[in-house]
Design a protein around this ligand. Structure first.
Ligand SMILES: [Zn+2]
Length: 227
């Protein structure tokens, strides 16, 4: 009898092992080539691929934060009309459901510049980004009259504050080609090499119009996993 149970357990372990192996085989890792720093230099860039891809990660994190803060002014500047409208719809839908998605502790696992093309008057960049973060949904139903004045922690109705999510995207960004790559702030003199917003990072003065800084035009999810 004991041998029979051991036999079954061994058999199950073998089946489990085989299925895990098959899953691993079918889930082939997709690898994208990074552009080289020499290439960036050749097309007249004053930044490295590392500097660029981390700036784009920060831009992406700011966009996600702006969605939560409903900072429409920022989103309008950082996104194409199409993506802006889709985020707007998402915000509106969650409001109607009295729910709000919170994203916290976003960190890059990697961020790689996989393409930077200069076409006529446009520059198009693709960044392969993998991030980790916590995501949960809180209930935003207005308090009942008897609950008014009571301080209550918002109720978590989905996701998890502790489970770390990992997501991978290909972000596409565009900007109008500028004569000079670096922008000097007229107000404080700060020099910005990778322009990801219209305002100066030091003093907040307007440095460029929307066309001359990187705007996110597409976000394609490539893989989802969680730990
Ligand atoms: Zn400034």
């Amino acid at each position: 009898m004991t041998w029979f149970i051991i036999g079954i357990v061994v058999l199950l372990l073998i089946i489990l092992g085989c299925s895990l192996w098959i899953v691993k085989l079918t889930k082939q890792e997709k690898e994208y080539m990074e552009v080289s720093n020499q290439y960036l230099k050749d097309i007249g860039k004053s930044y490295t691929k590392e500097e660029f891809s981390i700036a784009i990660f920060e831009l992406y994190r700011n966009i996600i934060q702006a969605v939560q803060d409903e900072n429409y002014l920022y989103l309008r500047e950082a996104l194409s009309d199409e993506i802006y409208n889709s985020y707007l719809m998402a915000i509106k839908n969650s409001k109607e459901r009295h729910a709000k998605t919170i994203v916290e502790d976003m960190n890059p696992i990697f961020s790689k510049l996989i393409s930077l093309a200069v076409k006529d008057n446009m520059e198009i960049a693709k960044v392969w980004l993998k991030v980790s973060y916590h995501e949960y949904i809180i209930d935003t139903t207005p308090p009942k009259p008897e609950e008014l004045g009571m301080r209550m922690e918002p109720r978590v109705i989905g996701g998890s504050k502790t489970k770390l999510l990992e997501k991978e995207y290909i972000l596409t960004l565009v900007k109008t080609r500028a004569e000079k790559e670096s922008v000097v702030c007229a107000n404080c003199g700060y020099v910005t090499n990778i322009v990801t917003r219209n305002a100066c990072v030091r003093c907040g003065a307007n440095i460029v119009s929307r066309h001359y800084h990187w705007v996110m035009v597409a976000k394609e999810e490539t893989r989802t996993s969680s730990k």
